[in-house]
Design a protein around this ligand. Sequence first.
Ligand SMILES: [Mn+2]
Length: 206
Amino acid sequence: MSEQVHTPLIDWAVATLALAGEEESGDLHVVAPFDGGVLVGAIDGLGHGPEAAVAARNAGETLMRHPQEPVQMLLERCHESLRGTRGAVITLASFNERAGTMSWLGVGNIEGTLLRADPGAGRPRESVMLVGGVPGHQLPSLRTNELELSPGDTLILATDGVRGGYLDLVAISDPPQQLADHLLEEYGKRTDDALVLVARYTGATE
Ligand SMILES: [Mn+2]
């Protein structure tokens, strides 16, 4: 499954692969524009199959209801709403239009990387801070990091159904959909649900 969408602030695309034999993926993405920004997230419901999908959808719906809230608060909300479910690991990134920044944080193991469009501008890659835990079961104390963005900077979120090393394959000039499809094709484990989301910051527009 794939789709390419333009929203204010980002061009983005997602590629997903459900575990063979399962109708539903327990991996889910969220892209939710709000007044002054856009929230981007990836969710991996624990395990696979219908129960994992239920937990992931629960978290997704919680995020869609409050996309404008700080990511830390959103993870706390998800922790509450996921009680009694299998739980889900979640990584979130919130783009702020006025400040030209992205704040991001993950609980669990969904990797997030920001690739800089201008390789001469300091560090070429930034990684999201991941704290241990599973929203719905256990939530550690949270602290959000914030980065300044330049147009072309590209966020990649990948669940643990994607093998490590995929960043070596990234050509930052590739369109988001091409990138997402390519990474999933080459690095999808096929022993777990897998999801790759690519969001390229375009800067404030019309
Ligand atoms: Mn997984």
